[in-house]
Design a protein around this ligand. Sequence first.
Ligand code: PMP
Length: 352
Amino acid sequence: MSITLLARKQVQALTPYQSARRIGGHGHIWLNANEAADSGEYQLDCSRLNRYPECQPPHVVNAYAAYAGVSAEQLLVTRGGDEGIELLIRTFCEPGQDNIVICSPTYGMYAISAETNGVGIIDVPLNNQRQPDFDGIIAKLNNTKIVFLCSPNNPTGDLVDSTGLRRLLDAAKGRALVVVDEAYIEFCPEFTQADLLDDYPQLVLIRTLSKAFGLAGLRCGFTIANPEVIGLLLKVIPPYPIPEPVAQIAAQALSDTGLATMRARVADINQLKVTLTEQLRQHPQVQEVFAPNGNYVLVRFSQGAALFARMAKAGIILRDFASRPGLADCIRITIGTQTEMDAVLDVLQQEQ
Ligand code: PMP
């Protein structure tokens, strides 16, 4: 008997997440995973590695709480934002019974975490303005435990409308959690939904050090929610999720110097993004440049597949979204360095 047949049916049928390093190709310019082009510099003290780490390192919790303007009781440190998503599903959704709502096209891990945990997925696609269909979501709340929204949305870049969000939160009171994934919020911090946390105990935010902080390799993220939600997640999280070196680096990234480095990186990326989007909009092969609120821009080209292949041939690895409904010919480009952006534009200019 094949070993594969021993695995859970859901796992046998699963198409795994196309992670940054899992794709083929020989690139020298990696613009497919919304990583930063630099990480900053850090020091490590290895003298305490004989001891198990704190489950929730207090210096990291306190530093992030101060940065985010919330209390330590509202915060959970996780292995990347992805672990927060997974924990929420495992803590709140009964396998084989409950559902989550996603609004496609959006970040793939909500559906993958639901699938691997035997939780149903109800897709209420974004509307023509690429906003969540709030009425459509509210109509599905009966069998739903968690609604996943993403702002700025990956891959489209749009921000969730606050009025609609409040309406959803009112409807979800006592019925479901509403998660707003703010993995990219540092690129437009004025649009955080953190102000709503005090009024809505069912609101949860997902954050990460992987994007604006330049630390995708660190695997450190945060879940922000009311203390009751955090208390439940703490029951489910493994005992030692945050390795000691990760805590040390996270604390340095959240120090005054670390925050200043992050803000300078964000200013540079946002500037490069403005220039790139202006140049793309003037290009005859570009049909549409989507809202660029994160560190990436989704672009509809006249011949997306051919361009994607030309970029790959030139060693530039982008993210192809062409197979997603509504995103024909769309490619997502992470904002890298000036040199990397020039390389992208060079390939675009070349004769076909
Ligand atoms: N949310 C969104 C919208 C993302 O794009 C990502 C990473 N691509 C994550 C969460 C998770 O990031 P990480 O686990 O690296 O914190």
